[in-house]
Design a binder for this molecule. Structure first.
Ligand code: GLC
Ligand code: MG
Length: 556
């Protein structure tokens, strides 16, 4: 075994890691029911090892009524039967480790499923009981308590409170849910909640899991007294720091200090990555201070338009904020909640930042341009100091599926927005592996059901099989770049040095002997005298200059 094996001694592997996001429902279907599962994932581990990534992050695979695609967890220490068994999970983890891949799971500490034993007990118990104190139950205001306790809204639209019927049949208290009504928020001021999640982490750590991605890491702490949000905007306008009653509160950091001390008790310390939509690099850096989490997704980079100025600004601010706390930056272009970058970059980039399909559907799209930019973005991301995240299908250059028929849409945002926002299904369509028609090797040909979301016919050209060996394909670009990243000592953790570059271009060097040039839009730019070309995201001009929407890696 070579490379980033789990026993690699001494190195802080996570400071440079490329982590591949496995959206398990849509990765590979082993049992032919149209839904991705653990045996499917296990069978594709050699593909992932060959790609040249260091670790996987697997979206929630726990038992769930699937009201929010598994982010409504009904039992944290078991496997959802649709995905397999605990034995399948253990075998998968062992295989991954044998291939030199680490495994991170997804932990969802802000809320549970309403079908979780705790919430069922809370519903059956009386107001003021110990069972209710694990959640955020409050009496309503107004006559008969018929108005919600405050003005908070759900992330998927509508109010954040749902009223329960008490055991005597009368309308009763309200409970808080920042997401769907089937995802009641737990109360992190209750020590029982903390102990429960510690127990869950110990359970998976004992099975060899290397760490966790923390869902909604910026949402766990709520302001005392649950004051109204009022006119406080989120995301904050103009990037200023605001005090919000339930996002990014100081109190969350106590929780992560305690989690870090748990992770550090292991001989091979376990690691965390925070999902924190905090809209300010300095706020994000708070989550990765030395005694807190290891890394955090850099959504500022994800949201930056394809334009030299804002991209550079985002990189500079991210690096400075992370350096100030001694943490490595990370870079990410997409995930299961955001529009795929091919489709984002296919739009005019002079509009406001977008991540939701609803924000960009009406703008004209040039997909070949989006794909060219996504190729250049991949080289940029993998050349920057720190770690990176690759969302499944990104290495295939998949675009968002924007025209899924309404009747197949499953994202709760669709119904909760009154069917005005199509939600996130378009980036969750099952992966095309091989063959000329659906299910493109996602399921076997004798599968009993089609993929849970329909795959576009034109994905025939984008299967792993079709792209393998085609030097111009996105997949081979990723493979070559990821392998170069391992062989170039300058890449991964460290610093960069900006080089002078014409407007519309970014150029930086990394020691020893590496440079990256990205041309966002301008005239073709010359490659420095004497530099050697390692890889290019697209063809150079005849006189060896880097054209618009192209990136190169050089030895200098
Ligand atoms: C995170 C997840 C998202 C989920 C939400 C609620 O943002 O990434 O998919 O809907 O949390 O758990
Ligand atoms: Mg299956």
């Amino acid at each position: 075994m070579t490379g980033a094996g789990p026993t690699q001694n001494g190195t802080l592997w996570w400071r440079s890691a490329v982590i591949y996001q496995v959206y398990i429902r849509s990765f590979a279907d082993g049992d032919g029911d149209g839904i991705g599962d653990i045996p499917g994932l296990r069978s594709r581990l050699p593909y992932l090892a060959g790609l040249g990534i260091d670790a996987l992050w697997i979206n929630p695979w726990y038992p769930s009524p699937m009201k929010d695609a598994g982010y409504d967890v009904s039992d944290f220490r078991a496997i959802e039967p649709l995905f397999g068994t605990l034995a399948d999970a253990e075998a998968m983890i062992a295989d991954a480790h044998d291939l030199g891949l680490r495994v991170l799971l997804d932990i969802v500490p802000n809320h549970l499923s309403d079908k979780h034993r705790w919430f069922q007990e809370a519903l059956a118990a009386a107001p003021g009981s110990r069972e209710r104190a694990r959640f955020i139950f409050r009496d309503g205001s107004g006559p008969g308590g018929s108005t919600p306790p405050n003005d908070w809204t759900s992330n998927f639209g509508g109010g954040a409170w749902t009223r329960v019927t008490e055991s005597d049949g009368r309308p009763g208290q309200w409970y808080l849910h920042l997401f769907t009504p089937e995802q009641p928020d737990v109360d992190w001021t209750n020590p029982e909640v903390e102990e429960e999640f510690n127990e869950t982490m110990r359970f998976w750590f004992a099975l060899g899991v290397d760490g966790f991605r923390i869902d909604v890491a910026h949402g766990l702490a709520k302001a005392e007294g649950l004051p109204d949000v009022g006119s406080i905007a989120w995301p904050p306008v103009g990037g200023e720091v605001v005090s919000h009653p339930h996002w990014d509160r100081e109190e969350v950091h106590d929780i992560y200090r305690s989690w870090r001390s748990l992770a550090d008790t292991y001989k091979e310390p376990r690691v965390f990555v925070a999902e924190a939509w905090v809209h300010h690099p300095e706020r994000l850096a708070q989550y990765v201070r030395a005694d807190e989490l290891h890394t955090a997704f850099n959504f500022d980079f994800l949201l930056a338009p394809w334009d030299a100025g804002p991209m550079r600004q985002s990189i500079v601010a991210s690096l400075a904020a992370h350096e100030a706390v001694g943490a490595p930056a990370t870079w990410v272009l997409s995930n299961h909640d955001t529009v795929r970058e091919v489709s984002r970059y296919a739009r005019p980039q002079n509009v406001r930042r977008f991540r939701k399909l609803a924000d960009l559907m009406d703008l004209s799209a040039d997909l070949p341009l989006g794909r060219r930019r996504a190729r250049a973005a991949a080289l940029l991301m993998l050349a920057l100091p720190g770690g990176a995240y690759v969302y499944q299908g990104e290495e295939l250059g998949l675009a968002e599926v924007e025209d899924l028929p309404e009747e197949v849409l499953q994202d709760p945002g669709w119904e909760q927005s009154g069917r005005t926002e199509r939600g996130r299904d378009g980036c969750r369509v099952p992966i095309p592996w091989s063959g000329d028609e659906a299910p493109f090797g996602f399921s076997s040909p004798d599968a009993s059901a089609p993929p849970w979301l329909p795959q576009p016919a034109e994905w025939a050209e984008l299967t792993v099989e079709a792209q393998t060996g085609d030097e111009r394909s996105m997949l081979e670009l990723y493979r070559r770049a990821l392998h170069l990243r391992r062989s170039q000592p300058a890449l991964g953790d460290g610093n960069l040095r900006w080089l002078e570059a014409p407007d519309g271009t970014l150029a930086f060097a990394r020691d020893p002997g590496f440079a990256c040039i990205v041309n966002f839009s301008g005239e073709p730019v010359a490659v420095p005298e004497g530099a050697g070309l390692l890889i290019s995201s697209g063809p150079l001009t005849e006189d060896r200059r880097v054209p618009a929407d192209t990136a190169v890696w050089l030895t200098i």
